[in-house]
Ligand binder design. Sequence first.
Ligand code: CP
Length: 335
Amino acid sequence: MKAFNDLADFSNEEIQKLLDLANRLDKHPEPDALKGKVLALLFLSPSLRTLASFQAAMTRLGGGSFVISPDMSIHGIETRPGIVMDGAAAEHIREAVPVIASYGDAIGIRAFAERRNLDYDMADTEFNSMTQLVTTPYINMESAIGHPCQNLADWKTLDDYEVPANGGKFVLSWAYHPRALPLAVPASTLYTAARRGMDVTVLRPEGFELPDAIMRKARDAAAANGGSLRESTDRRDAMQGAHVIYAKSWSSTRFYGDKLGDQKLREGFEDWCVDEPWFDNADKNCHFMHCLPVRRGVVVSERVLDGPRSIVIHEARNRMLAQMAVLHQMLGASS
Ligand code: CP
């Protein structure tokens, strides 16, 4: 495996193989599988789960890892192309990335969306400009438009809880958040549920439509895998018979890059906080999922998050197992 960037790059059989491997490594640890291998981790955006789970994954497989982030005492890093570097930054990403990559057998890169220009972010411009600089295999640890490690962990979580693939009802719901958040998780989660063959509903208020290209990619995946995709602004309609609600806030595409416009729009939707009444007409075992971190009492009520519907901790642990499977294949340990 040369890159782990998007589940769309993998066949259904390849995804199933990764899921089987993640389950196998959970039950039958392989503490020497990646002995002597090194994973370089470049975090240009903050993290808890991704940072810790990649380090834990490498350690559990017998390898090592190192982390570079702007919070450490490194030289200031410039990311803009074609810039005269007469300001604070002493090092450009064009040298930093290949140097960091050269110390490892693979590199993981996290770089969130700039959230200034939708086309720039939709093209994953910054992430792609960095991966072009490396010759080692690379892993997308969340870019402007993708979060494949989260997606693989979420797929495993749905399997673990025996949520039906074909016939399973998956609601991706926008939730209130005080800030405009990136599209990476909603876009790639939508694709994942559709790719799994589920009947997917995007529940969101007016103004928070996902971009056409994201909807089209998910719709095609659903059609190819026996699922379906629709949108709704009506909570009761969307939640009818739902097996899973996956909450996530995202930026308004109408006001992308316009902080004030987005803020004004979202202020009207503070009641989009997932709470027990949302589940009135859902399947009685309907699960609550979220990639974390999550704001209690803002995105979801405490009683849902701390209650039996919530599977967020299991979901977060699956990050480590999913990544162990990716690393096992990428770094040559898989037969
Ligand atoms: N879900 C996720 O990627 O968490 P972190 O941002 O903490 O890594």
